[in-house]
Design a protein around this ligand. Structure first.
Ligand SMILES: Nc1ncnc2c1ncn2[C@@H]1O[C@H](COP(=O)(O)O)[C@@H](OP(=O)(O)O)[C@H]1O
Ligand SMILES: [Mg+2]
Ligand SMILES: [Mg+2]
Ligand SMILES: [Mg+2]
Length: 389
């Protein structure tokens, strides 16, 4: 065992002094940990490169559709939430690219959309348009020499996302457009892609085509035409980086370290139907937050938080709603550089239990230092709200 450790660390025990030999035995666990850390962060490089390419190309497809938004491009799903040609097209592109770029990996994808509605007679025009968009997007990345995908190929790529995930093995987790309502309004949305390994999020990429490269400081959602389009990415042990979607140099980012709630503005959903604005208002007041809420759609909230725009994200869905893993997995790892995301009871989020992310009441995100005060304000506010009902 020791011999193999010495070999791994490229040490020569015969040249070690009598003093350093015993030291070696104490230092081995430390060095082994360092080797393991290095190999853990190294081992996801191929997946990260493929994920960045897939998310950036899917973002191109979405931008094209958002520019020419046609009413016929929108369907309503069984749960009455909207879905567009861009949601399906983005899922097909990401699924296709991950499988092509990582042929040696066994492929499992947990994704939001499936092809059931698209296979219906009345959706044939929509399927044709999605197939054109997917082929144009792949061709724009030099994949023009490949055979164009057929409509059936596109349906199959979308349905690759039916995996149940779980605690074992590796699973990609994809929200092809998070914030579809924001997308339809011309506001914020994100392509959110993460990798689970043995139930833990180990890698995340968030493409936010409408997020300004500069800080988002107010709840005003107006998009300036210039300088928008951010790509955030992180993998375990390496921190979080941001670059522009058109490929600028990456910069390392981290969550705000403020300990002063008076300086800490907070993010929440634009849609009041997705999160209780009255409850977050109460929590913010108790904590002493002075700034008004910054309301934007999608996991762009996690992206903005990861670079220190604001210091808190509060999400409290109305009773009965069950969160899904694709709505949080990429954001969760992107804020891990200086931030922590828990449920309302302070428990870590558990992505290992399949497609749903079941938890106590809501999701809160902030830095490690502010978390105890935030948790206290959350629990007091929840009690107050319950007793007023
Ligand atoms: N009633 C509800 N309560 C909470 N979240 C909801 C909801 N209905 C839909 N959502 C989720 O909220 C996500 C958008 O979050 P946000 O409010 O932060 O923009 C949606 O993602 P999609 O747009 O991918 O469907 C959807 O999964
Ligand atoms: Mg949806
Ligand atoms: Mg979503
Ligand atoms: Mg979605």
């Amino acid at each position: 065992m020791v011999a193999s450790i010495v070999r791994t660390l490229q040490l020569n025990p015969t040249t070690l002094s009598p003093i350093s030999r015993p030291l070696l035995f104490f230092s081995i666990p430390l060095q082994l940990r360092a080797v393991r850390r290095a190999s853990v962060s190294m081992s996801y490089n191929r997946q990260l490169a493929a994920a960045k390419k897939a998310a950036a190309l899917a973002a191109c497809l979405c931008q094209k559709v958002q520019k020419a938004l046609l009413q016929s491009d929108v369907q309503s799903k069984y749960d009455k939430t909207p879905v567009t040609v861009a949601d399906y097209g983005s899922q097909a592109v990401v699924s296709y690219i991950l499988e092509k770029e990582l042929p040696s990996m066994s492929f499992s994808l947990v994704a939001e959309e499936d092809s059931e509605d698209l296979r219906k007679e009345e959706a044939q025009g929509m399927l044709k348009r999605i197939t054109e968009l997917v082929n144009e997007t792949l061709a724009s990345d030099g994949m023009a020499d490949m055979m164009p995908l057929s409509e059936e190929d596109v349906l199959v790529a979308i349905d690759s996302g039916k995996s149940e995930g779980g605690p074992h093995g590796q699973h990609w987790v994809l929200d092809p457009i998070d914030g579809t309502k924001g997308f339809l309004r011309g506001d914020q949305y994100a392509i959110a892609l993460a990798l689970l390994d043995e139930g833990k999020v180990v890698l995340g990429v968030l493409a936010c085509p409408n997020l300004p490269l500069a800080a988002v400081a107010s709840h005003n959602q107006l998009i300036s035409k210039d300088d928008v389009g951010c790509l955030f990415y992180a993998h375990v042990g390496t921190g979080t980086y941001m670059q522009s979607l058109d490929g600028s140099k990456s910069t390392k980012v981290h969550v705000s370290a403020t300990e002063n709630p008076e300086e800490a503005s907070f993010f929440e959903s634009f849609e009041a139907a997705h999160s209780m604005h009255d409850l977050s208002g109460l929590i913010a007041k108790k904590l002493g937050v002075k700034a008004p809420p910054v309301r934007i759609d999608s996991q762009a909230k996690y992206g903005a938080l990861s670079r220190g725009d604001g210091a808190i994200y509060l999400r409290f869905p109305h009773k009965g709603y069950r969160e899904k893993i694709w709505d949080h997995a990429a954001g969760y790892i992107v804020v891990a550089a200086g931030g922590v995301a828990t449920d309302a009871a302070g428990n870590p989020l558990d992505f290992s239990r399949g497609r749903y992310l079941d938890m106590d009441t809501g999701i809160i995100v902030t830095n490690q230092k502010l978390m105890p005060a935030l948790l206290k304000a959350v629990q007091e506010s929840l009690k107050e709200k319950a007793s007023s009902l």
